[in-house]
Design a protein around this ligand. Structure first.
Ligand SMILES: [Zn+2]
Length: 178
């Protein structure tokens, strides 16, 4: 017999996450607050050029985002990224010299998250692209097994961040990356 008396659940209290800009539940299913306070280390890789570029992005910063956005920050910061439109799956293959790195994610109050992408240009770490988090194509993220042609400085940043992630993982939480 089909259910004919679908009843609305209790109204869920929501708040607007400044990153995804969605009305998200105030509480997680486990009863914890669905608000995560971001620290500098969650948003910006500790490199002078990256910190300087991040400082130059205008707009008031939000300091709390929803749990899903906080997870996305953790996944994205320090990840290697390919140019838009590049074909193929680079995972497991050597990196290409047009590979960049996600150097910063900045929650701009009321305007979503800015994703800052960096390349080494003429020997200098430069902010080459600013993307809106909601528009970032996840297919661009790449996890090459070897450096290949990736700029040595970018590769060093990537490896240093991975070490940092492993060191800061809570006990029992394993790294999903291969
Ligand atoms: Zn969010």
């Amino acid at each position: 017999m089909p259910p004919s008396n679908i009843v609305d659940g209790p109204k869920v209290a929501t708040w607007n996450c400044p990153s995804c800009r969605d009305a998200v539940p105030r509480l997680l299913p486990n009863g914890q607050f669905n608000r995560v306070r971001l620290h500098q280390a969650d948003m910006v890789l500790p490199e002078n050029e990256i910190e300087a570029a991040a400082m130059g992005i205008p707009g008031p910063r939000a300091n709390e985002v929803c749990y899903a956005c906080a997870q996305a920050y953790r996944e994205l910061l320090g990840t290697l990224i390919r140019p838009p439109g590049e074909e193929g799956d680079a995972r497991g293959a050597a990196g290409l010299n047009d590979t960049g790195i996600v150097g910063a994610l900045l929650p701009i109050a009321g305007r979503g998250t800015r994703v800052l992408i960096f390349h080494v240009v003429g020997g200098v770490l430069a902010n080459t692209e600013i993307e809106e988090l909601r528009q970032l194509n996840a297919d661009r993220l790449t996890y090459p097994g070897t450096r290949g042609a990736i700029a040595p400085r970018l590769w060093a940043l990537y490896e240093a961040h991975l070490v940092e992630l492993h060191a800061s993982s809570p006990p029992g939480e394993s790294d999903p990356r291969p």
